[in-house]
Design a protein around this ligand. Sequence first.
Ligand code: GLU
Length: 310
Amino acid sequence: MTTVSDKDMIVGRFAPSPTGPLHVGSLVAALGSYLVARNAGGQWLLRMEDLDLPRVVPGIADDMMATLEKLALHWDGEVLYQSRRTEHYRAAADELQRRGLAYACGCTRSEIAQIASAPHEEGLVYPGLCRDGLPPEKVERALRVKVYDEVISFDDGIMGRYSQHLTASCGDFVIHRADGPYAYHLAVVVDDAASGVNQVVRGADLLASTPRQIYLQRIFDFPTPAYFHLPLVTGPDGAKLSKRDNAVSLAAGRDLEQEGGRLLLAALRFLGQSPPPELQGAAPAEILEWGVAHLDICAIPRTPAPFLYP
Ligand code: GLU
């Protein structure tokens, strides 16, 4: 009999931001990450990305967990709350500063906009004004990590090879705002490493953020997880789906005891899977069991599409 050592165990996760109720986009990310992890016999963790406290809606994290439970998307272990992990992000940021890899920046957005070249898809490219020291007339507004002239590439399990030249696409990026939380890129890298996450399955809106995260992993000597970016759900007209759109909220106005199975079947189809007609009317647990056993990662489409929910 062969045993799987912990070292070989796949550890995936779902990491929603509790800033609004779960919607079909997050359902796809939850289901996709669950299926890919469980299909590999792995664990599936849950992390609440509630760092940006002013944007967090009270009660939403609990609602999200209740919704996941109703859909039989049961996670392993304790839920991690980013809001309780500030000391770890601070330690990581301090280390970058100690190693001369991060610096205080006093630029305002409009100062950067005036000097930066045309905005890149990831926003303005920071032109490095404070890289050699904070000018005396400026106050620290943010901490930035230095990037160097290199291309970061990785092979995404769905989207294929993806490369980015950090200097050209974002420049030295913010890891902490003086009046705000630690940045998502820093927190996600610290938390994935702390939880032993070695498989990241999430929406393709984060594909272009991944090279920055890989860059930080390399600096900290953290392993880089396998990445799978799922196609985004669009509105019916192909436009970006809005989180505030009640029509796509899973919690509002839906009886998940009744509708959970149908929603999961629709999400499976969105992910290019072909659940058999016999599963119509089945309970969420049975549908998930089929999905885990029959997952075909190659069938997951790469392009954004509306969520068809009959
Ligand atoms: N919290 C992010 C979101 O809800 C996901 C982060 C991740 O999966 O890395 O979009």
